[in-house]
Design a protein around this ligand. Sequence first.
Ligand SMILES: C[S@@+](CC[C@H](N)C(=O)[O-])C[C@H]1O[C@@H](n2cnc3c(N)ncnc32)[C@H](O)[C@@H]1O
Length: 250
Amino acid sequence: MTDDTEKTTHFGFQTVPEDEKAGRVQGVFNSVASKYDVMNDAMSMGIHRIWKDAMMDWLAPRPGQQLLDVAGGTGDISFRFLKRAGHGHATVLDLTEPMLIEGRKRAEAEAMADSLDWVVGDAMSLPFADNSFDVYTISFGIRNVTRPQDALAEAFRVLRPGGRLMVLEFSQIPNDMMQKIYDLYSFNIIPRLGQAIAGDRDSYQYLVESIRRFPDQETFLGMVQAAGFEQAKYRNLTMGVACLHSGWKI
Ligand SMILES: C[S@@+](CC[C@H](N)C(=O)[O-])C[C@H]1O[C@@H](n2cnc3c(N)ncnc32)[C@H](O)[C@@H]1O
């Protein structure tokens, strides 16, 4: 017999009880929320913007679509989606309220507040009815979720038939030499940048470790298919540093 209280998972390179992970992840994003956008530009040298634009190119938002942007943080994906769609609606859901508060400030500054809702919640248990959204996105979020397969099941449930899933996440570089160079950069530079800019080395140490723990492209593709998505495919970005996975609820 399995005892739920004994289940463990990873938090970066540490093993922690499964029911502690969400609280620790929240701690990370509570701590970095006010510096999150600045840090994204600094640690990726602006490349996260190119990846997010590539996500929109593949997604091709259409006028009137309803987006659910899970782990949406400060709203980067939702803002891009609404601008490309022309008009539509985005619901940004995130575990960490301070991230949403930063996003809401940006929405007000860009006069986009009317097209957006901000909801505190967990990707593994979405507070929405079945078949509610046209598009579900999760960008640099799913590797932080305790049970990613449960999050994919929830994505499938809340999408309408004909709805589209798109996941943007760090991935694995299928070239040993490039992977070594990338590891040198990410393990040595990113935590130092975190200390210098956000005053928080440990949170950025977690972020780089969590990237290494996330499944590779093919494994994650299998997880998308196992959740019920059809025509599931992926595209590597920057040689696999990041990756987009797409699937349809038919
Ligand atoms: C790296 S940020 C990504 C923010 C934004 N999507 C972007 O691409 O810039 C990860 C976000 O995932 C959120 N998160 C982590 N676990 C979550 C969960 N189980 N459910 C919902 N949000 C979660 C965090 O609070 C954080 O805001």
